[in-house]
Design a protein around this ligand. Structure first.
Ligand SMILES: *Cc1c(COP(=O)(O)O)cnc(C)c1O
Length: 358
């Protein structure tokens, strides 16, 4: 704390990202990065864009990238908004669409950036408890609210709602913006983009960080009808006119156009996830049904904190949340088959040792 701070800074509870240590021989399964990406075409486009043209500002509207995204969904570029990672798109969304007198609703176990944005922008919020199976029940959202945001699949559970459930949620709240954060949708859930045409209150947010292997390039986007886009653009142009640099615009476009690479590698990750889930099950883990590029797993007899620490001692990072109801779970990103094998071998060794008393 310092007397030089603006008063709001004292009230902030910033998001804590998963660690990115520099360590030899590390198996990094803690931040849901893509084990293979990005597409070689994206890398080639980024290399080509690393030229003297960098002395010039990029296209402030990233029109080529927005057009490519819009075309794949049969939409117009005016219905696509892009930003520096979906975290920035979400931040602008919180400010532009989610601040009302009535509280914003989101699940009690969900992406922990949401309450951080609420504190930053002074947004009233209410967290709705997941059910006993750690699933979202959309009926629980039928209460006074200013807006709703949910990840689908949810993070860190990995559980997805069906498109019929999302449509019911959006239709239940015609007077409120409903935001669906689809960071993990490409690993087995159904996207709500097809609902945008009929629902002026729906905003769908996606990212290139997970399924396109470009977490380091920072590209996210939102899809919705024009009045919602206009609100986002007003906030964006009051904040940073050039959120996507030249490398991101060119690399993002090439990544988006490389549909074959994208589909093939999503499928590989899904298959590894299914194999890993079965193996973890045989080691005594309870695993939630995942539609994401991670699994959320709790062991029958060993605590989440103990397992996370023992894995870390073996240079394997997974994410553990010290939070009621989920503190026995580990969130394990799907790595390559070789990385998952190292994880399983380490768990087998840890589980045959005597438990350490914490
Ligand atoms: C990873 C993640 C994001 C943010 O991704 P960016 O890298 O900022 O695009 C947003 N929402 C959820 C639920 C995520 O897990």
């Amino acid at each position: 704390m310092s007397r030089y701070w603006s008063p709001v800074v004292e009230t902030l509870q910033p998001y804590v990202a998963g660690e990115q240590p520099r360590m030899e021989n590390l198996v990094k399964l803690n931040t849901n990065e893509h084990p293979y990406g990005p597409s070689p075409h994206a890398l080639a486009a980024i290399t080509a864009a690393a030229s003297r043209s960098l002395r010039l500002y990029p296209d402030p509207s990233a029109l080529a990238l927005r057009t490519a995204i819009a075309e794949s969904y049969g939409l117009s570029p005016e219905e696509v908004f892009v930003g520096n990672g979906s975290d920035e798109v979400l931040a602008h969304t919180f400010q532009a669409l989610l601040k009302h007198d009535a509280p914003l609703l989101f699940p009690d176990i969900s992406y922990s950036f949401y309450p951080a944005y609420c504190r930053l922008y002074g947004i009233a919020f209410e967290q709705i408890a997941l059910d006993e199976n750690l699933a979202v029940q959309i009926a629980d959202y039928r209460r006074p609210s200013g807006a709703i945001i949910l990840p689908n699949p949810n993070a860190p559970t990995g559980i997805a709602l069906g498109l019929d459930q999302i449509e019911r949620l959006v239709a239940d709240h015609p007077d409120q913006p409903v935001v669906i954060d689809e960071a993990y949708v490409d690993f087995g859930a159904q996207s709500a983009v097809s609902l945008v045409r009929n629902h002026p209150n729906l905003l769908v947010v996606q990212t290139f960080s997970k399924s396109r292997g470009l977490a380091g390039l920072r590209i996210g986007f939102a899809i919705g009808q024009r009045p919602l886009m206009e609100a986002l653009e007003r906030v964006k142009d009051s904040f940073n006119s050039y959120p996507l640099d030249r490398l991101a615009q060119e690399g993002g476009l090439a990544a988006w156009q490389d549909r074959d690479w994208f589909e093939q590698h999503c499928e590989m990750i899904v298959q590894t996830r299914e194999r890993l889930s079965a193996t973890l099950g045989s080691l005594g883990f309870h695993i939630l049904p995942s539609s994401a590029n991670f699994v959320f797993a709790a062991h029958a007899t060993r605590s989440g904190a103990e397992l996370a620490a023992a894995l870390k001692a073996r240079a394997i990072l997974v994410r553990h949340f010290n939070k009621p109801r989920i503190d026995n779970y580990l969130r394990i990103s799907i790595g390559t088959d070789a990385e998952c094998e190292r994880l399983v071998e380490a768990l087998e060794a840890i589980l045959t040792d005597e438990p350490t008393t914490a």
